[in-house]
Design a protein around this ligand. Structure first.
Ligand code: FES
Length: 184
């Protein structure tokens, strides 16, 4: 047997109907105002919390380290343009009879990555057609200057180390500086 009591339905006389309606809509408005007040407070708290989290965990851009090992000189055949680091570090290693230089694989026009065409002995940028000689010198297209060279030295373990954080520009007369070329 159900022992719960039902609340009696209150009947108001017909002449109070308008007042009852108005009181009920007033209560609805009040409930709505309470509700929106809480939504506003919770919204501000959420925004403050997000700001706090952003402060505690700032956005950090993880980029590959500027320095990388490029293997032993004996890993390279004389006369080759080596593309093994072109994707990972955007660097070509060029092996000559007397030594090495590390050439930037970033087009000096708008930063695309040119490709090495061994049969034409040149780098060609497909974005706007700039061409660079094996030395990095720009000779066609809109590129305003030669490709950069990066610091390349021989580490104590016998491996070559390239530092993309230190560049050498032809236009500044820096290609002849000691660390722009590794003599073997
Ligand atoms: Fe290489 Fe424009 S980015 S030619």
């Amino acid at each position: 047997m159900n022992t719960r009591l039902k609340s009696p339905e209150i009947k108001f006389p017909a002449e109070y109907e308008a007042e009852v309606q108005s009181a009920s809509s007033f209560m609805d408005r009040r409930r709505f105002m309470n509700y929106s007040g809480w939504v506003g407070i919770l919204g501000s708290l959420a925004i403050s919390l997000l700001g706090f989290l952003r402060f505690m965990f700032p956005r950090v851009l993880f980029e590959p380290a500027s320095t990388f090992k490029a293997g032993k000189p004996s890993d390279y055949a004389v006369g080759t343009v080596d593309t093994r680091f072109a994707l990972s570090h955007r660097v070509w290693i060029i092996r000559e009879e007397r030594g090495f230089y590390a050439l930037s694989a970033i087009c000096t026009h708008l930063g695309c990555t040119p490709k090495w065409f061994a049969n034409e002995d040149k780098f060609k940028c497909s974005c706007h057609g700039s061409g660079f000689k094996r030395s990095g010198f720009n000779f066609e297209g809109p590129a305003p200057r030669a490709l950069d060279r990066f610091k390349i030295v021989l580490g104590e373990d016998g491996e070559m180390v390239v530092d993309r954080g230190k560049d050498f520009r032809l236009e500044r007369g820096e290609w002849t500086k000691p660390e722009a070329y590794l003599f073997i």
